[in-house]
Design a protein around this ligand. Sequence first.
Ligand code: EPZ
Length: 433
Amino acid sequence: MDALIVHGGKPLSGEITISGAKNAVLPILAATMLHGDEYCLHNCPDIADVRLAAAIIRCLGGRVTRRGNTLLVDTRLAVGTVIPADLMGKMRASVLFLGALLARFGEASMTMPGGCPLGRRPIDLHLDALARMGASVVLWEGEICCEAPALHGATIELQFPSVGATENVLLASMGCKGTVVLQNAAKEPEIADLAHFLQAMGGEISGIGTDTLTIRGGAPLSGATYTVMPDRIEAATFLCACAGCGGEICLHGADGRHLTPVLDVLTGAGCELCWSRKCITLRAQGRRKAPPAIETAPYPGFPTDVQAPMMAALLRMEGSCRFSETIFERRFAHVPQLRRFGAEIETEGSAALVRGVASLRPATVTGTDLRGAAALVIAALQAPGVSTIYGIKHLRRGYDNLEGKLRALGVTLSEADGGVGKNTTGNFPCHGV
Ligand code: EPZ
């Protein structure tokens, strides 16, 4: 079992650099399949999901080489249109290759994507939108077969501002004849980052950052050099850790503009924050004050990916706070594990009532999804003594060098024997195409 041994009970102190955004680099890697050329992507986090996306590109015939935090991608020889189930099943973002393969080759076959177990996570909005653009979609026993010999323009209104569906439409639109107008599009900063990368490739997109995107398809595309945006969810995770433990940290590279609702909650809870486009500092002394309530929402609302880390940050607050999770049906898997630290949390459907306690105790717990596992680390950091957290393979999917960054902030931690750490090769089997 892969596990972290965390020595908790101390405030955090120090400064770290935030890595590139997982949820931006993954659609950007899918976008390199749109056109056979060479791409240079800077500020790419070294995490399992990125290694998996690289494995997909290699399976399709492309090449991916890492040089520090830069990925060199060459898709000139990529001809594949079939993604094996063992690669699809490990990550939600695998489904983003669908739009790119349809745009370039007019066909794609894959299985349903995997990813964190947060509810049903269908892809109906993706498939409906692609069908509106002329794709024929067959979904049968988990297999997705799509043909799109002539993608065409359309006006599409998403029933829900789905991040992934918005990204798949952006990718497929690059290969369609005509103009695509996407209404009720998601507005997360990672989508703007993808759109800016597509523009660097020659794509013609307007309305970036709004809920209506207009894409003039068919523009000639080329390779590009691009720097991926910083990971706002990683930054929020460390801010929550310091809010929970106390102390003072500085996050270099973090862009405060992407985290307004999170910074507002932390300020209201009694943290001192100073932020710019390039840095966020947080100082937390004494006990947090309970915010009245926290409700997740699509951007620019409170991010669902910060719900679990924020819950952990507020376990020792004065008062109580009601969390409402409105994005995913089942995103409270971390709650029973947090209770093992002595947290007082009641859940009912999509709501969780957290009552602050004076102190937490060390515990042995297991993470089952990326952000839930991060919440367990944040709780362990607050509990005086030694806690053990299993399931850190989930952390490896989305946090680059988490242990090194925590050590730089003064944390004592180690891996349990036989831990599966960053050194894993991350070589995924590729059964050919
Ligand atoms: C992206 O997932 C992120 N993942 C998630 O981050 C994030 O939590 C989520 O957006 C919301 O912000 C990546 O970018 C790789 P959605 P995605 O489509 O695209 C329903 C993390 O921890 N839905 O906006 O899957 C869906 O079930 C991960 O980094 C449909 O019903 O999110 C969910 O309830 C976790 N049909 C809601 O919409 C569809 O076709 C939001 O999903 C698509 C989605």
